[in-house]
Design a protein around this ligand. Structure first.
Ligand SMILES: Cc1cc2nc3c(=O)[nH]c(=O)nc-3n(C[C@H](O)[C@H](O)[C@H](O)COP(=O)(O)O)c2cc1C
Length: 371
């Protein structure tokens, strides 16, 4: 569960399997998410001591001039390929629970876990994007039932990973004579995360997962606020007799001077925002000029563009970015999954300048600034 190292603050790369990553921008250097680029990125991240890669399971683009997330690599097969090409980094695969039979998913995860010798991890998504589900001809269950189904699904997967032959007689899943070999690599099981933001989603994560990702525990400004949120989540898990780690997400724009970093942030994220894609994402959440006031709508659009579709922008010099990440770590957050406008162009500077600063203050042990 420690991702095979003892870094106190884990750093991951988020969203690299999707075109444009997590930046709804029209700048020409935006991320391609092509396989050669993903492969180079994974090798670079692996060598530099980055702890994990977290993809996004997305099946359909959001539209706009760039068709944001219009091209995506499927996450479990992506993870399998990257695990074969790396030696230290943990790679997540993400499953939309209603779209995959649990026994197929369980075996896919085990296969990737063997390829990576225990470095595969699993992100569970109960589902929220109606348009995508329509594309599969799958109807979304109501929110409660979605998580009730996810509960049976993960129960089956965990049993398939650990037990001999069994039957399963649930409300949704009725399975006879289940056998699943081999088990995950080395007598352990893949780390499981969830990022549900609702009360039901959070409760699901606390009951079943090792890591809970939340976009709201990473505020750069409020150490106390973050610490409270982390303690609240960990405390609730403890009441259930479980230990859970809290992670958050962010966007990094790190440059030698503050002015340069802020100028690029404005240029890429605001002045060249793909507003059509942002409108598409808001529409999926039923936020449109028809449902909210014109002022509220504009505020939401600006928020989505400025916050890399959910996640704090760490914008500045290596000192500033390291300091802000350190504050998130000091609040008890176990790790941060970060994205870049162009991962390959920007990761080397981040690894060379920010990781050693985090190592210096004891938040990371290993800092190989070779990228
Ligand atoms: C770090 C992070 C990763 C996520 N990854 C995905 C993903 O890959 N695919 C997806 O459809 N939703 C993803 N989500 C959305 C959540 O899984 C969840 O569906 C959403 O927050 C709604 O929460 P709820 O199910 O509790 O209502 C992610 C959210 C976060 C914060």
């Amino acid at each position: 569960m420690a991702m095979h190292n003892d870094n106190a603050l884990k750093i991951g790369v988020f969203g690299a399997n999707c075109s444009s990553g997590r930046s709804a921008t029209k700048v020409p250097e935006r991320w391609s998410a092509s396989w050669p680029d993903c492969l180079r990125l994974a090798r670079m991240a692996d060598e530099a001591g980055i702890d994990f890669m977290l993809p996004i399971a997305r099946w359909k683009g959001y539209g706009g001039e760039t068709d944001f997330h219009g091209a995506t690599l499927e996450t479990k097969t992506w993870a399998a390929g990257l695990l074969a090409a790396t030696s230290r980094i943990t790679v997540f695969g993400t499953v939309h629970v209603p779209l995959f039979h649990p026994l197929i998913a369980a075996k896919e995860c085990v296969t990737a876990d063997h390829i990576g010798e225990g470095r595969f991890a699993l992100n569970l998504v109960a589902g929220w994007n109606e348009g995508e589900f329509e594309m599969f001809g799958v109807e979304q269950r109501d929110h409660q039932a979605r998580y009730a189904y996810a509960q049976e699904w993960i129960d089956v997967v965990k049993r398939a990973w650990s037990e001999g032959e069994f039957d399963f007689d649930g409300q949704f899943l009725k399975l006879k004579g289940v056998r699943a070999e081999p088990k995950p690599f080395g007598g352990t099981r893949p780390l499981i995360m969830n990022a549900g933001s609702s009360k039901t989603g959070t409760a699901f994560a606390l009951r079943n997962c090792d890591a809970f990702f939340t976009a709201t525990a990473g505020s750069r400004t409020s150490l106390e606020g973050n610490a409270r949120k982390v303690e609240e989540i960990k405390g609730e898990a403890r009441r259930l007799g479980r230990e859970i780690e809290v992670y958050t997400v962010g966007q990094v724009i790190c440059r030698p001077s503050q002015q340069e970093a802020e100028a690029y942030y404005r240029h890429a994220m605001i002045e060249n925002a793909d507003w059509g894609a942002i409108d598409g994402m808001l529409a999926l959440r039923s936020i449109s000029p028809q449902t909210v006031s014109a002022d509220d709508y504009e505020a939401k659009r600006q928020y989505f563009a400025a916050n890399a579709i959910g996640g704090y922008p760490f914008v500045g010099t290596p000192d500033k970015v390291a300091d802000e990440l350190a504050n998130v770590g000091r609040a008890g957050v176990r790790g941060v999954a970060v994205s870049f406008v162009n991962y390959l162009d920007e990761l080397p500077y981040f690894c060379a300048e920010v990781l050693p600063r985090l190592a210096k203050i004891g938040l990371r042990n290993r800092s190989i600034a070779k990228a």
